[in-house]
Write a protein that binds this ligand. Structure first.
Ligand code: ZN
Length: 103
């Protein structure tokens, strides 16, 4: 889907319609090495090792052991709209798309 690089839309901070720059919002979604959900923290708490179903905190088998069925061919795309006047940015989800192009 082709999306324009900028559009005029309402800005909550300016409280009026202004020009916004559109970019794709990307998330990494990985565990941080020192964060609350880190493996190091799990080991300190005595989790992240052993046997049995510990859910998120259990040991992690190799992903190659699993056959990934029902894998989606599209991604949920979210756009980052940045106001050109006040630089305030908002995120809006536009739905599932295969590919995004900015023109
Ligand atoms: Zn603004």
């Amino acid at each position: 889907m082709k999306i324009p690089k900028s559009k005029i839309t309402y800005c909550r901070k300016c409280k009026k319609h202004t020009e916004h720059k559109i970019t794709e919002h990307k998330t990494t979604g990985k565990r941080g090495s020192l964060k609350h959900g880190s493996i190091a923290r799990a080991h300190k708490r005595g989790l992240g090792i052993g046997y049995g179903n510990l859910g998120k905190w259990g040991s992690k088998p190799a992903m190659s052991k699993f056959k990934r069925t029902g894998v989606k061919s599209t991604k949920r795309i979210s756009l980052k709209l940045t106001c050109k006047d006040c630089k305030k940015s908002t995120i809006s989800v536009i739905g599932r798309l295969k590919k995004v192009e900015f023109e």
